[in-house]
Structure formats: structure tokens, C-alpha cells
Design a protein around this ligand. Structure first.
Ligand SMILES: *Cc1c(COP(=O)(O)O)cnc(C)c1O
Length: 363
């Protein structure tokens, strides 16, 4: 059997260990695994299934379509799945039938969710959808403003009294830009929770932090922390390696040497079977390295379907090239690639193209 030209190896064992470590770190707060952008390129369904097997009870899907995809692929209603980003005119009936938790940050969204609930309420097995009311605390990313907040909460409480929704959580997204800003967000958040409770909402769950703040600030963990990057073994804190956070990168990107020819100064140029068509950013050329049999070689050029490396040691056709991964073959991590090429490790893994096969292993 020939190996694929390029493949993304996804280590479900590493994911399970990361999740175990993160759960222990944030406990007694719960850990939500965020699987937006096809689980940052790792594959939403397989990784969500692994997460559930590892004890994760809440998954952040981003959109309704992704949430329904999880429900259709073995993530049952005992696992909370949250959707929070909606295109204009989003329909909610299927999400309600599938028991997807729904974020709401405006009176109009609550009205749309309540209307959908009214339409499906007579169907067998109907349960009012649980709402996560979203407050803006400074990031200005689709949360209710403090001025609108009482009206949003009141609309949710009214819909709850009609049996159409259940108030359940209050949440926000903190900026994680500076400690002071996060502290301010936290204060605004606590104030918002108090307002919600005063107006009759149930607040069983409060969540605001993601990977960075959730890792280092116990005071922002509250009832739940939502982690994407750290779950995938990609530090979102500057200047730390995955190992220093107790994490292992989950994705390894591999390709092969397809051809060689002599380069300048006794080097060997290698033509490697991955290019920007596979999601390797062009600006890793001149900045990052790949590894072959334990040795790093610089990337000189990135073309659509291949890249060129300049090897100092021996290089042969068919050699396995590790572009990035946990470092087992001496390769750089995705986080390191991000640092060296002026982006985020998250972006490096997330943009690996859909055409690249994902191979799931449990190492
Ligand atoms: C992406 C996202 C997260 C996870 O962020 P990381 O920094 O990758 O952990 C958490 N919450 C929300 C609302 C998000 O959109």
C-alpha cells in the first residue's frame, strides 16, 4: 500500500491525555471542548467521540449545523452541545428537536427560538431548549450590551413561563488580552449574572474563559471553561511550550520526499509532497523547518502542491517528512510554526485543507 502524499495524523490518545490534564486543572469547574472549524482541523466527529469517551460532558460546536452533525454521529442528548453563532434567518426547529443548547444575545434571537419551539412543541419528545444568555463584557463579539441585558433576560424569562425555553446559563467571551481587561470583564459578568437572577432567570451555569485565561486564572473558571487550543495541545499563552503546560500536540502533518537534486553549498534540495493547496502557509518558507529522520531542514519555498526543503544531511526519495507535530521526530510544533511565521499555532492546524486525509491513531 502506498502512503498518501500528505496526511494529518490525529493522535486520539494525546487528545484524551490533554483533556484529562485540563479537566484536573480547571476542576471543580467543568471543561467544554470547543470543536469549531472542524475541531481546529482535527475532525469534529472523531475527536468529539473521543472526548466523550474521556469524560467530556459539554461540547462547543459554534454553529447549529455543526451541532446537528455531532448529534447525527453518536453524540447523544446526554452530552450538552452548544451553538452560538447564527447566520441571519437561522431556523431553530431542528436544533430544538436535537436538544442542542442555544446561545441567545438579543430579544430577536429569543423570539426566533421561542417561535420555533412553539411550532415543534406538540411533537413527541419535545423539550424546551436550554438557553445560554450571552452578555458582552468588553470583547464586542455578539453579546448583549449591558443596556440591552435586562430586556434580553426578561424576554427569556417570559418565554420560559410559556414553556418554550429554559433559562440555564449566562456566558460571555473575555478578551484574554490583558489581566486588567479580564478582571473588568469578570466584574461586568458577575453584575450581569446578578441582574439575570433578579429578573427571574435560572443561572445554573456561568462560563466566560477559554484556553489562555482558564489555564492561569482560577478566578475566571467559574462553573465551566471552554477550551479549543489547549485541548489540541497548542498553547495560547505566549512563550510556553506544550510540554510546559503538560500538553501534547494532537496533530502531526506528514508528507514524503518525491524528488531530490543537488543544491548550493553541498546541500540537497528535496521536493516534498505538501503545498499551500494542502494548507501549508506560504510564509513558512524561510521561517520554519521540517524534520526527516530526526534532523530539521529549512523550508525554502512553498508551492501549490509541493514545497522545497534544503537538506544538509542525507535525503532520499520516499523519506517521510514531518512538517509539524509533537516533536517525536525532532519536528517543530504547530505553535512554533505559528511563532516563526507570524501567526498562531491554532491557525496552522485549522487551515490544513479538507483534501488532506486525517488518520486517527491512539498512541
Ligand atoms: C473559539 C472559542 C473558544 C475557545 O478558544 P481557545 O482559545 O481556542 O481555547 C471559547 N469560547 C468561544 C466563544 C470561542 O469562540
Amino acid at each position: 500500500m502506498t502512503s498518501p502524499l500528505v496526511e494529518a495524523v490525529v493522535d486520539l490518545g494525546a487528545l484524551a491525555r490533554n483533556l484529562g490534564h485540563l479537566r484536573r486543572t480547571v476542576a471543580p469547574a467543568e471543561l467544554m471542548l470547543v470543536v469549531k472549524a472542524d475541531a481546529y482541523g482535527h475532525g469534529r466527529v472523531r475527536t468529539a467521540q473521543q472526548a466523550v469517551a474521556s469524560g467530556i460532558r459539554t461540547i462547543g460546536a459554534l454553529d447549529v449545523e455543526s451541532a446537528l452533525d455531532l448529534r447525527a454521529n453518536g453524540i447523544g442528548p446526554e452530552i450538552a452541545v452548544l451553538a452560538w453563532l447564527y447566520p441571519p434567518g437561522q431556523g431553530f426547529a431542528d436544533a430544538i428537536r436535537a436538544r442542542v443548547d442555544l446561545s441567545a444575545s438579543s430579544v430577536a434571537e429569543i423570539a426566533a427560538i421561542a417561535d420555533a419551539a412553539r411550532r415543534v412543541a406538540s411533537e413527541p419528545g419535545f423539550a424546551p431548549p436550554r438557553l445560554h444568555l450571552k452578555l458582552d463584557t468588553g470583547l464586542h463579539r455578539n453579546g448583549a450590551t449591558a443596556a440591552d441585558w435586562p430586556a434580553v433576560v426578561t424576554a427569556a424569562v417570559r418565554a420560559e413561563r410559556e414553556g418554550l425555553v429554559r433559562t440555564h446559563a449566562v456566558w460571555t467571551h473575555i478578551a484574554e488580552a490583558s489581566d486588567d481587561e479580564d478582571t473588568l470583564s469578570l466584574e461586568r459578568f458577575h453584575a450581569g449574572v446578578a441582574v439575570a437572577r433578579d429578573l427571574g432567570a435560572t443561572v445554573a451555569l456561568r462560563h466566560l474563559a477559554a484556553s489562555a485565561a482558564g489555564m492561569v486564572r482560577p478566578d475566571v473558571r467559574l462553573d465551566m471553561v471552554r477550551m479549543g487550543g489547549h485541548s489540541w495541545g497548542i498553547p495560547s499563552i505566549d512563550g510556553v511550550t506544550p510540554a510546559e503546560l503538560g500538553l501534547t500536540p494532537v496533530m502531526t502533518l506528514r508528507a514524503q520526499v518525491l524528488g531530490t537534486r543537488p543544491g548550493p553549498d553541498g546541500t540537497t534540495l528535496g521536493f516534498v509532497s505538501a503545498g499551500y493547496g494542502d494548507g501549508v502557509p506560504r510564509n513558512v518558507a524561510g521561517a520554519c523547518a521540517v524534520a526527516v529522520r530526526g534532523a530539521q531542514h529549512p523550508i525554502l519555498q512553498v508551492e501549490r502542491d509541493h514545497l522545497v526543503i534544503g537538506a544538509t544531511g542525507e535525503l532520499a526519495i520516499g523519506d517521510v517528512v514531518t512538517l509539524f507535530g509533537p516533536g517525536a521526530d525532532g519536528e517543530q510544533t504547530a505553535r512554533r510554526w505559528g511563532d516563526l511565521s507570524g501567526t498562531l499555532g491554532d491557525e496552522i492546524v485549522t487551515r490544513i485543507a479538507a483534501r488532506v486525509p486525517r488518520r486517527y491513531v491512539d498512541a
